[in-house]
Design a protein around this ligand. Structure first.
Ligand SMILES: [Zn+2]
Ligand SMILES: [Zn+2]
Length: 137
């Protein structure tokens, strides 16, 4: 099913595809407003949801406030900075065996459809900031 996107949906898709920081719905709204000044925040939420349902972008997380969007739709993993919350794409694949994934899914009682690995730690900017703070008098 291929729907033609209207100008607002096209603008939202462009914003998500061109950002590399997995924007939240509100961040997408702020950026889209620069090119489509009359767009409302509710339309942005609705468009994001429908683009995700069409498989054109990925929705990361379920609740509206916490939800971030990813224009990179092939399977990939993420790293999260525990200090600033930055969500980064991992440039390399973390390899897990199909068997390990299946048995973990089975233990949780879910039928496996996809998986994602998340690494938690401090990003480069936060490490530098903390280091600078600790050397200050
Ligand atoms: Zn950080
Ligand atoms: Zn991503």
């Amino acid at each position: 099913m291929k729907e033609t996107l209207n100008a607002n949906a096209q603008a939202v898709l462009e914003v998500v595809r061109s950002s590399h920081n997995h924007p939240t719905a509100l961040e997408v709204y702020e950026a889209v407003r620069k090119v489509r000044p009359r767009i409302g925040v509710a339309s942005v939420y609705r468009i994001l949801h429908s683009l995700a349902q069409q498989g054109l972008i990925r929705e990361l997380g379920r609740s509206d406030e916490a939800c971030r969007y990813d224009g990179h739709i092939e399977r990939h993993d993420h790293a999260i900075c525990t200090a600033c919350g930055a969500l980064l794409d991992l440039p390399v694949e973390v390899r897990l065996s199909e068997e390990a994934l299946r048995s973990a899914a089975q233990a949780a009682g879910i039928e496996l459809h996809s998986h994602e690995v998340r690494l938690y730690g401090l990003c480069t900017a936060c490490r530098q900031r903390l280091q600078a703070e600790s050397t200050e008098d």
